[in-house]
Design a protein around this ligand. Structure first.
Ligand SMILES: NC(=O)c1ccc[n+]([C@@H]2O[C@H](COP(=O)([O-])OP(=O)(O)OC[C@H]3O[C@@H](n4cnc5c(N)ncnc54)[C@H](OP(=O)(O)O)[C@@H]3O)[C@@H](O)[C@H]2O)c1
Length: 323
């Protein structure tokens, strides 16, 4: 693929950051930008946008793409049919109730790759990852831990050396609130502070019910070859486990020793536990290998820039089709 044709679904924090990177990063200029979609519609041109036209898209307010010169109310299936993208980037919201499955279901009808930051379709449908003959056209390193190579390590970095356990702290909102717990805050006080400081949404069940950490555990399990959809992850929320002592974090665990156990709940971390490195926005994971080795990964938990850079890295991976 010399000049890959890309279509971007989701034009919010991550989608716009990726678009900016494609404009500014000289090594990323060979992509042909076919268009972008938000919740109201799309702006697309099957011949590709010129650079100044892409710049103008970045000035469009949220939900305004359909009002632009190339505005269209097409669904992704129709756009794919008309514009033959090589890569479809999914930066739509992680909607666990009704995940956007369209482009995943159409994968066998086209030849495009999917590069995604959207966790919901994968966490609700692990069969997209496990035993999927089209798996090599699905790239999802940007879904979480985008600042570290967790997925590279557990996908091929340890080939032939079975992974028996992955534990991690992958959610900065729960880390923020549980840090306040150890300082004596009640659940409601900690939630109020998280909301007032813009760290949590006003209605944040994804975080406080540990749904987001559970989704991440499900995706790790699928990457290791086990189908444990989000609804089967053993999960408990923060309110039910609120205590004001100890070093607590919402820990996602995937254990695949004799039986497969996938969990996400607040856990007291004993002194010396490497997951105690999860302070502030830092995400931490340990990967235990059957030969007795334990690998520690730690890095920024994501954020729009890290996530968009990892999307770009997956686009490059799709382009080269090396892995
Ligand atoms: N932000 C991060 O740091 C981060 C890190 C890792 C993973 N992620 C994942 O990346 C994805 C995007 O995150 P974000 O922070 O960019 O979210 P966001 O700012 O809320 O942007 C979401 C975008 O998707 C659009 N959208 C909603 N429904 C759509 C639909 N049916 N078709 C097409 N577009 C639709 C929204 O449209 P409107 O503009 O009209 O609202 C918006 O442009 C999420 O799945 C998130 O979980 C984010």
């Amino acid at each position: 693929m010399d000049n890959p044709r890309i279509l971007l679904l989701g034009f919010g924090n991550v989608g716009r950051t990726l678009t900016r990177i494609l404009l500014e990063n000289t090594s990323a200029r060979n992509y042909i930008y076919l268009g972008a979609c938000d919740s109201k519609g799309c702006s697309y041109n099957p011949r590709g946008f010129r650079r100044e036209e892409i710049r103008e898209l970045l000035e469009v307010p949220r939900g305004g793409l359909v009002e632009t010169v190339y505005g269209a109310r097409e669904d992704p299936g129709r756009l794919i049919e008309e514009s033959y993208p090589n890569i479809v980037v999914d930066a739509r919201p992680s909607n666990y109730g009704e995940p956007h499955k369209d482009i995943y279901e159409l994968l066998n009808k086209g030849s495009y790759h999917i590069v995604t930051a959207n966790k919901a379709p994968l966490a609700r449908n692990p069969e997209l990852i496990v035993d999927n003959p089209l798996r090599n056209r699905l790239h999802y390193r940007a879904t979480f831990m985008a600042g570290t190579p967790l997925f590279d390590v557990i996908t091929y970095g340890l080939l032939g050396r079975p992974v028996v356990k992955v534990r991690g702290v992958f959610n900065t909102t729960t880390t923020f609130m549980l840090t306040l717990a150890s300082q004596g805050y009640s659940f409601d006080e900690a939630l109020g502070k998280a909301i007032s400081e813009g760290i949590a949404e006003p209605d944040p069940p994804l975080d406080v019910e540990c749904i987001d950490p559970a989704a991440k555990a499900s995706i790790i399990a699928a990457t290791l070859g086990y189908k444990v959809p989000l609804e089967r992850v053993n999960r408990r929320g923060l309110r039910d486990s609120w205590v004001n002592e100890g070093f607590i974090r919402c820990v996602s665990t995937v254990q695949v020793n004799k039986e497969v156990k996938v969990t996400a709940f607040p856990t007291i971390l004993e002194p010396g536990d490497p997951l105690r490195l999860a302070v502030g926005k830092r995400n931490v994971a340990t990967v235990d290998v059957s030969d007795g080795n334990s690998i520690l990964l730690s890095g920024s938990g994501g954020g729009p820039y890290q996530t968009a850079m990892t999307l770009l890295s997956d686009m490059e991976k799709a382009k080269s089709q090396l892995w």
